[in-house]
Design a protein around this ligand. Structure first.
Ligand code: DC
Length: 211
């Protein structure tokens, strides 16, 4: 079973999903980290990230594991390596391929079926788990999202904003599982809201649904 937290980059999904999972005693699942792992594996093997079959083969072959907040790829801790701006850009490119998405969605569904999860991503409520009992779509203004990301990574704001717009466009316009709120998602605009308030609201929504 899963609580779905979807939205664009920098909307606060990770912080909110992690905190909600902790509060409810659920397991946190970062689906974006899985696309990042595939991107890293693609770049390491020298495969063409825009070749759907090559990237798909990599996605089907790699072993991605989560353990206590760490992410491992074929047994190697890649928690830091998957957070670079290069991997962010590559992840957005490999995630357009249906074969990549199929492999990762299958793995996400397998995990979700094994327990109670709070999963964050772009398509959890629309594709991975359309019958999730609670779907939240987080948003915030472009500038606020870029400000948050720049503060986190130390990159210049203008550069973050530019790269973010590029990724947002690709995530929204792609043919397969584009970023959009599910029809029954609760949409929350987090611009100017303290994170504790957003977390409290999502926990309240979960409790209202008896989760
Ligand atoms: O959330 P993130 O920034 O770690 O995601 C990295 C990339 O992966 C992002 O460009 C969109 C893609 N992604 C996706 O297509 N579907 C998901 N469920 C999660 C992430």
């Amino acid at each position: 079973m899963v609580i779905a937290i979807d939205g664009p980059a920098g909307a606060g999904k990770s912080t909110v999903a992690r905190a909600v999972a902790r509060e409810l005693g659920f397991t946190y699942l970062d689906s974006g980290a899985m696309y990042r792992c595939v991107a890293l594996a693609v770049s390491r093997t020298g495969a063409d990230p825009d070749d759907g079959d090559a990237a798909g083969e990599v996605a089907e072959r790699v072993r991605i594991e989560f353990d206590d907040g760490r992410v491992s790829l074929d047994g190697e801790d890649v928690s830091a390596a998957i957070r670079t701006p290069e991997v962010s850009a590559l992840a957005s490119r490999v995630s357009v391929h249906p074969r990549v998405r199929e492999a990762l969605v299958a793995e996400q569904r397998r995990l979700i079926a094994s327990g109670r999860y709070v999963a964050e991503g772009r398509d959890i409520g629309t594709v991975v788990s359309p019958d999730a009992p609670l779907k939240v779509f987080l948003g915030a203004s472009d500038e606020e999202r870029a400000r948050r990301r720049a503060a986190e990574t130390g990159e210049p704001f203008e550069e973050v904003l530019r790269a973010q717009r590029e990724r947002d466009r690709r995530d929204r316009e792609r043919e397969h599982a584009p970023l959009r709120p599910a029809e029954d998602a609760v949409e929350l605009d987090t611009t100017g809201l303290p994170v504790e308030e957003v977390v409290a609201r999502v926990v309240e929504l979960a409790r209202e649904r008896g989760l």
